[in-house]
Design a protein. Structure first.
Length: 232
């Protein structure tokens, strides 16, 4: 069972420890938008983490009447398992490794170096494709609503927050449809507020289990969603 949450965490008690609570990412965005109503029509900006966070963030931005932007961060994946990450790289070049996990995997220095370089290349490509030549908005006086499609270990989200803090973002709200209780609690200590509709606990956790329909989000779909923002 989910234990008590920090005071800056907002969830939906009726969805705790349940699976298959969202039809797909758009439906999850609708539920989060209702939870975030207080931020509507204000001076906030919705920042999506690609790729999976973009369809969620699109709905939130539309429902709240807020601009949609992107925070490109990507996990550094294991050579033998592209679903598992041992670190993350952000759009500004910030690199963080999960040292405890790296030690357990037995990765060599050369394998780690190659993983970082490969991820940097991926992040650079996504920045060009998704943001174009646009500068980042001034985040020093704006509410940032940082969105992904789930919070598993939370490592990628923490790197995203670190990079946004370097851009002087002083007020960051994390919004995710689903998350593990441990990661939600830990992440809450690094941001001003955290909204998570479906908090789950236990040894086994997969973001995909919160969705009835789960598919990879291709870069072409992300680019199409963000195109109006780039051209604005």
């Amino acid at each position: 069972m989910v234990e008590s949450n920090p005071s800056n965490v907002v969830d939906l008690p009726g969805l705790r420890d349940r699976i298959a609570v969202f039809r797909e990412r758009g439906h999850a965005g609708e539920i989060l938008a209702r939870m975030l109503e207080q931020y509507g029509k204000g001076d906030s900006v919705v920042m999506a983490i690609p790729a999976g966070g973009v369809p969620v963030a699109k709905v939130i931005a539309e429902r709240l009447g807020l601009p949609l932007d992107i925070t490109v961060v990507s996990k550094i994946t294991l050579p033998w398992n592209t679903e598992a990450g041992y670190g993350a790289v952000a759009f500004d070049g910030t690199v963080r490794l999960n040292e405890e996990l790296v030690e357990r995997t037995g990765l060599t220095d050369e394998e780690i170096k190659q993983g970082i370089e490969k991820t940097k290349s991926k992040v650079g490509r996504r920045v060009r494709n998704f943001r174009g030549d646009r500068d980042f908005p001034d985040l020093s006086t704006r509410q940032v609503i940082l969105v992904d499609d789930g919070l598993a270990s939370g490592f990628t989200m923490r790197v995203a927050v670190e990079a946004l803090r370097k851009l002087r973002a002083s007020n960051i709200v994390v919004a995710v449809p689903t998350g593990h209780h441990y990661s939600v609690t830990k992440m809450a200590g690094e941001v001003e507020a955290l909204y998570c509709a479906n908090i789950r606990s236990g040894w086994s956790f997969a973001v995909a289990d919160a969705y009835e329909e789960w598919t990879d989000v291709e870069e072409e779909e992300v680019a199409a969603i963000l195109k109006p923002s780039i051209e604005a």
